[in-house]
Ligand binder design. Structure first.
Ligand code: NAD
Ligand code: WQD
Length: 345
C-alpha cells in the first residue's frame, strides 16, 4: 500500500536552522516538502542532510524571495497546499548596523510571498515571528495578549510590521494564517546531522558556548551578573529546536484541517520556564562533562533582564507540548558542534 500524503508544504528558508528541522518533522508526519532558500545564511549540504535523515528527495529552488518574478515561477511550477515562511535575516546586532537591509529583506519577502499566495490555491500561511515583538514586557510570563511594546531593534520592528501585514492579508483575503512567536530556540537534531550554523562570531549564547568548548573561541563572556534575577544573570525561555519544529507541524495540521477559530491566530512557542545564563552554562558543563572557560563582563547593550512565555494557549489550542528539557538542549547542541568539526564543515 502506498503511503498517504497529507499535502505539499512550501518551506521558505528551509535550509536554515529552524527550517531544516521543521522540514524533517513535516516529512516524518506525512507531508511533502519543497524548499526555497537563497543560501544567504545556509549551506547547500544541509539539503543532503535533510534527505539523509528522512530518506526523501526534496525539491529545492535557489531563489531570493525579494525577487517577485522568480518567486512566482516557483508557484507556477508546483501546487502548494500551504506555506511556512522562515526566510529572513535574524541578527539583532546586524539589523542595528544595516536597518535598510533588514526592512527590505524581511518585510519585502513577506509582501512577495503573500502576493503569490493570494493568486494561488494555497490554504494558509505560517509565519516565523519572535518574542521580540513584545519588546521589554511589563508582566511575566508573557501571554499572547501582552501588547507590542517599542521594538528594541530594527529586526524586532520587522517582525511587528510583518505580523500586522499578515493579519490584514489573512482577514481581507480569507486565507487563514498563523504567527508563531518563538522564544530562544537552541539545540539540534538527535542525529547530529543538522543544527545551527552561525556565520562568523556567534551573537547568541548557545553557539558561543559550543564554539568555546570545542576550542574555536577562547572564552565565553557572560554579559552582566548584576540583574535582579535568581543569580544576577538574565533569564530566557530556551526551547529545543525539535520541539519548535513540532509546533510548526501542529500549526500546519490546524490549517490543513480547517480548525482555526480566527483568520489570524498567533501563539507563543516556548517552554514556559526561564533559565539564567549561569544555569545554561552549568547544564552544558554537567551533561557534557566539559569545563567551560568564561568571564563575567559588563552588560550587553539592549539586553532585557528576563523574558519567558506563558504557553498555556498554544498547548491547549495547538495540542502541542515542549517535551525536551534544558539538559537535552545542551547535549544535542554539543553533539552537533562535535560532528560539525569531524565533518570539517
Ligand atoms: P536562519 O538564518 O538559519 O534561516 C533563515 C533562512 O532563510 C536561511 O537559510 C537563509 O539563507 C534564508 N533566507 C533569508 N533571506 C532570504 C531570502 N530573501 N530569500 C530566500 N531565502 C532567504 O534563521 P533561523 O534561526 O532558522 O530563523 C528562521 C526564522 O525564525 C527567521 O524568520 C527568524 O527571524 C525567526 N526566528 C528565529 C529565532 C532564533 O533565535 N533563531 C528566534 C525567533 C524567530
Ligand atoms: C541570551 C542570553 C545574553 C551571548 C536573541 C534575539 C531574539 C531571538 C533570540 C530572533 C542573554 C547572554 C549571550 C554571549 C552572554 N532571535 N549572552 N554571552 O538576546 O535573548 O535573543 O536571540 O528572533 O530576537 O534578540 O539571545 O542567545 O543572544 O542571549 O552572556 O556571548 O545570553 O546577554 O542574556 P537573546 P542570546
Amino acid at each position: 500500500m502506498g503511503k498517504i500524503v497529507k499535502g505539499r508544504i512550501l518551506v521558505t528558508g528551509g535550509l536554515g536552522y529552524i527550517g531544516s528541522h521543521t522540514c524533517v518533522e513535516l516529512i516524518r508526519s506525512g507531508y511533502e516538502v519543497s524548499i526555497i532558500d537563497n543560501l544567504v545564511n545556509s549551506e547547500r549540504f544541509i539539503l543532503d542532510r535533510i534527505e539523509k535523515i528522512t530518506g526523501e528527495k526534496i525539491d529545492f529552488y535557489e531563489i531570493d524571495i525579494t525577487d517577485l518574478t522568480q518567486t512566482m515561477i516557483c508557484f507556477n511550477d508546483k501546487k502548494f497546499d500551504l506555506v511556512i515562511h522562515f526566510a529572513a535575516l535574524k541578527s539583532v546586532n546586524e539589523s542595528i548596523k544595516f536597518p535598510d537591509r533588514y526592512f527590505k529583506n524581511n518585510v519585502g519577502s513577506v509582501e512577495n510571498i503573500l502576493k503569490c499566495i493570494k493568486s494561488e490555491d494555497v490554504k494558509g500561511f505560517v509565519f516565523s515571528s519572535s518574542c521580540t515583538v513584545y519588546g521589554q514586557p511589563d508582566i511575566l510570563p508573557v501571554t499572547e495578549s501582552s501588547p507590542f511594546k517599542k521594538a528594541e531593534s530594527p529586526y524586532a520592528e520587522t517582525k511587528q510590521i510583518c505580523e500586522k501585514i499578515i493579519k490584514e492579508f489573512a482577514i481581507i483575503n480569507k486565507k487563514p494564517s498563523i504567527s508563531l512567536r518563538y522564544f530562544n530556540p537552541v539545540g539540534a537534531h538527535d542525529s547530529g546531522l543538522i543544527g545551527e550554523l552561525p556565520r562568523g562570531v556567534p551573537d547568541n549564547l548557545v553557539p558561543f558556548i559550543t564554539q568555546t568548548a570545542i576550542g574555536k573561541r577562547e572564552k565565553l563572556k557572560v554579559f552582566g551578573d548584576d540583574y535582579s534575577t535568581k543569580d544576577g544573570t538574565p533569564v530566557r525561555d530556551y526551547i529545543h529546536v525539535v520541539d519548535l519544529a513540532e509546533a510548526h507541524v501542529s500549526a500546519v495540521d490546524r490549517l490543513m484541517n480547517e480548525e482555526t477559530n480566527e483568520s489570524y491566530e498567533f501563539f507563543n512557542i516556548g517552554t514556559g520556564k526561564g533559565y539564567s545564563v549561569l544555569e545554561v552554562i552549568k547544564s552544558f558543563e554537567r551533561v557534557n562533562k566539559v569545563q567551560l572557560p568564561y568571564d563575567i563582563v559588563g552588560r550587553r547593550q539592549g539586553d532585557i533582564e528576563s523574558i519567558y512565555s506563558d504557553n498555556k494557549f498554544s498547548k491547549q489550542t495547538l495540542n502541542w507540548r515542549a517535551s525536551r528539557d534544558l539538559d537535552q538542549m545542551m547535549k544535542s547542541a554539543w553533539i552537533w558542534e562535535k560532528k560539525l568539526k569531524e565533518s570539517g564543515s
